[in-house]
Structure formats: C-alpha cells, structure tokens
Design a binder for this molecule. Structure first.
Ligand SMILES: [Zn+2]
Length: 193
C-alpha cells in the first residue's frame, strides 16, 4: 500500500513515521490512541492524499501488518480509538456479527414503535431469523419473539399505539422507513459500540 500526502508520494517508512505523530500510546493497555478527528461512528481518521482521510485502524493494519483486501479490520481490544497493529485483526462481516453476539452487546434504550413495525416487517419477509433481527436491533431473541408474536400490547408500546399523534411526530423525527443500507449500517454500528 502506497500513500501520498499533499501531492507527494510517500515511502512506507515516511507514512509510518507520519502515522506515529498522530498516536499516543497507552502504556497500561498498549493501545495506540489515535488523535485523528473521528468519523460518525467514532473511528479516528488519518489524513492522506490531497484532502482525504482514511480510518486510522485500517491504515495502521496496512502500514504495519499487511494488505486488508475486502476484509474488515476488527479490534481485539474493543477500543475503537486504538490503532495498535497488534490489537487489530482481519475479519468478515459474519465475524462481526458473531463476535457481537458473543460479547452480548445489547441496547440500552427501548425500541421505537417504528422500529417494532420494521422488526415485524423484516420477519414477515422470511429472509431473517429472529436471532439475526435481534442482532440488528440490539435486542435479545426473546424480545424479538415477543414483538413478532404480538405480546407487547401493554406498557409503553401500548401507549404509543393509543397516541397516534405522538407516534406520527416520532415518525417525522425518525424520517423515512429503513432501507437495506440502514440495516447494514445498524449491524456495523451495533458491532462497534
Ligand atoms: Zn488497543
């Protein structure tokens, strides 16, 4: 992998050296905290080319470990600010989902009514298991099962049903129905946070 910076092609050594000026090493954990400004998901980005940036952990993998290809770069240390090459490994999207399941990261806020509608719709397509949908929305499979089988008609969900005006306002705030790109992003995000 060869990078350029401000119109000048860099050697691997030069890019490595420039990369290290952005890094603060945590002596306790060994994590390389990267000072690049974070993207929407919180991943720091490293400046390359004329005015571009790339996710620092991916650049680090390429600079110190080797080519990434079409893989994702995953954090063994679970610290998305980290760009320590020894803490990074390659993995597929499938690995992402499996690891998220193993680590059991669950949502802390309750589902919005429009999300509940979306869960039901996805399940009706027959293309997704309840477990998979659970990963997407960061819920346990039991919770998804209750939603699909319609036993969520008491409590806060029922109140949203009874107050269509409030629900309409919420839908406005949340905007358009979710697309498959949203689903992909949700899966990615739910792995990362
Ligand atoms: Zn780390």
């Amino acid at each position: 992998m060869q990078y350029s910076f401000r119109g000048k092609t860099e050697t691997l050594e030069e890019t490595r050296r420039r990369f290290m000026t952005w890094v603060v090493i945590d002596t306790k954990t060994g994590c390389w905290y990267h000072r690049g400004s974070p993207d929407g998901k919180g991943y720091p980005r490293f400046p390359v080319g004329q005015a571009q940036t790339r996710p620092a952990h991916i650049v680090s993998y390429e600079l110190f470990n080797g080519p990434v290809g079409f893989n994702n770069v995953l954090h063994d240390c679970d610290n998305i600010k980290c760009s320590c090459p020894q803490h990074l490994k390659l993995g597929s999207q499938g690995d992402n989902i499996r690891e998220a399941a193993l680590k059991g990261r669950m949502r802390k806020s309750r589902l919005q009514l429009c999300e509940i509608e979306e869960i039901k719709r996805l399940y009706r397509t027959g293309m997704f298991t309840q477990k998979f949908i659970g990963k997407m929305f960061r819920c346990g499979p039991d919770h998804i099962n209750r939603i699909i089988n319609g036993s969520m008609m008491s409590g806060p969900y029922a109140r949203e049903k009874r107050e269509p005006a409030a629900n309409e306002a919420r839908k406005q705030r949340l905007g358009q129905p979710l697309t498959s790109k949203d689903h992909q992003e949700m899966l990615e995000k739910n792995w990362e946070t």
